[in-house]
Design a protein around this ligand. Structure first.
Ligand code: GTP
Ligand code: MG
Length: 295
C-alpha cells in the first residue's frame, strides 16, 4: 500500500479558521441540535475532534455525506459502527428522499425538546447548527432542507465564510457555518486523505506529490480499474515515473513529447473526486481495518 511514498506533511490553520471556531462557539448556547457532517469516503479522517469536543453534550446527529461517491457496503459497515457507539447516523447524498430522512432523524434526536415544549403548551422553533470540515456539503444540505438556494455552494473548500441562520420553516432554523479543520493536522494520513477529497485548499500542498500518492493508493487497492482509467502500462512505476505513465497513456504531453505533469495531476485528483473511478471508500471502521482514531 505504501509503495515507498510517504503521506504528505500538510499544515493548515489560517487565521480565519481560528476566528470561525470562536464565532461558532458563541452560537452554541442558541443551538438545540448539532448536525455534524462527515465525508462517507473517509468517515474517520473527516470528523473534526475540535468540533466533537465543542458539541459534546448537545443533541446531535451525524450525516455521512457524499454517500453517492462512497462504497455502499463500507457505508453500511460505518453506520453499524456508529450505531454501536450510540451515534444517530445516516448516509446522505443530497437527494429529496435522504433530505426527508435527515429531517426525520433531526426530529427524532430533538424528541425530548419537542415534548418539553408540548408539556408547556407551546410550539417551539428548533435551532440546528450544521457543522463539519470544509467542502463536505453543509450549505448544500441546508439548501435541500429549505428547498431554495439560500446559501452559497461551490466545489472548493472555504466557500462559506460566516455563520448564518436560515429559516427552513416557522419551526426550524438552521445555522450554516464555515468548514472547520483542527489546528494541528499532525496525523499525516488523515491530512493526506482530507486533501484527496478536496477539503484542504490546493495551494497548501504539493499537487504533484498528492496525486502520485493517491495514484499509488488506488493502484494498490484496485489496480485494474486504475490502470484502465489512466491508461497506465506499468503499474509498478513509482514517483514521477508513475505520472509519466499517465501523461503518455492519456496524451498529456507538451511540445516535444514532454510530460505535462500539472495536467495529469489535476486530472487524477479531479476524476477521483468526481467519482470517475467508481464509488470508493478509503477507510474502514476501526474494528474491521485495525485502524484506530485517525483524527
Ligand atoms: N457527489 C456529491 N456532491 C455533493 C453532495 N453534497 C454536496 N456536494 C457538492 O460538494 C461541493 C461542496 O458543497 P458545499 O455545500 O458548498 O460544501 P460546504 O460544506 O458548505 O463547504 P464550505 O462552505 O466550503 O465549508 C459542491 O460542489 C456540492 O455540489 C453530495 O451528497 N454528493
Ligand atoms: Mg458552505
Amino acid at each position: 500500500m505504501e509503495r515507498g511514498f510517504p503521506f504528505l506533511d500538510i499544515q493548515w490553520y489560517p487565521g480565519h479558521m481560528a476566528r470561525a471556531k470562536r464565532l461558532l462557539f458563541q452560537q452554541l448556547s442558541k443551538t438545540d441540535l448539532a448536525v455534524e457532517l462527515c465525508d462517507a469516503r473517509i468517515p474517520l479522517s473527516s470528523r473534526n475532534p475540535d468540533l466533537d469536543r465543542m458539541i459534546a453534550g448537545k443533541r446531535r446527529i451525524l450525516l455521512l455525506c457524499k454517500a453517492d461517491l462512497a462504497d455502499a457496503g463500507a457505508t453500511n459497515r460505518w453506520l453499524t459502527h456508529f450505531t454501536n457507539e450510540g451515534v444517530r447516523a445516516m448516509a446522505y447524498d443530497a437527494t429529496p428522499r435522504n433530505t426527508q430522512k435527515a429531517r426525520e432523524l433531526m426530529d427524532s434526536a430533538a424528541k425530548e425538546f419537542y415534548e418539553r415544549a408540548e408539556r408547556r403548551g407551546i410550539k417551539k422553533t428548533l435551532r440546528a447548527m450544521v457543522v463539519g470540515v470544509p467542502n463536505v456539503g453543509k450549505s448544500t444540505f441546508i439548501n435541500r432542507l429549505t428547498g431554495s438556494a439560500t446559501t452559497d455552494v461551490g466545489d472548493r473548500p472555504g466557500v462559506t465564510r460566516a455563520n448564518r441562520w436560515v429559516k427552513a420553516n416557522p419551526y426550524l432554523e438552521v445555522l450554516d457555518t464555515p468548514g472547520l479543520l483542527w489546528p494541528k493536522l499532525s496525523d499525516k494520513k488523515a491530512a493526506t486523505r482530507l486533501a484527496y477529497i478536496g477539503t484542504i485548499r490546493d495551494a497548501v500542498y504539493d499537487q504533484l506529490e498528492l496525486s502520485i500518492r493517491l495514484l499509488s493508493e488506488l493502484l494498490a487497492d484496485r489496480k485494474e480499474t486504475t490502470c484502465e482509467r489512466f491508461k497506465i502500462k506499468n503499474p509498478d512505476a513509482e514517483g514521477i515515473t508513475l505520472l509519466d505513465e499517465v501523461c503518455r497513456g492519456r496524451g498529456f504531453l507538451l511540445k516535444g513529447g514532454v510530460s505535462h505533469y500539472d495536467r495529469a495531476s489535476a486530472v487524477i485528483l479531479d476524476e477521483f473526486r468526481g467519482g470517475k473511478l467508481g464509488r470508493i471508500t478509503l477507510e474502514q471502521p476501526p474494528a474491521a481495518s485495525g485502524e484506530t482514531g485517525a483524527c
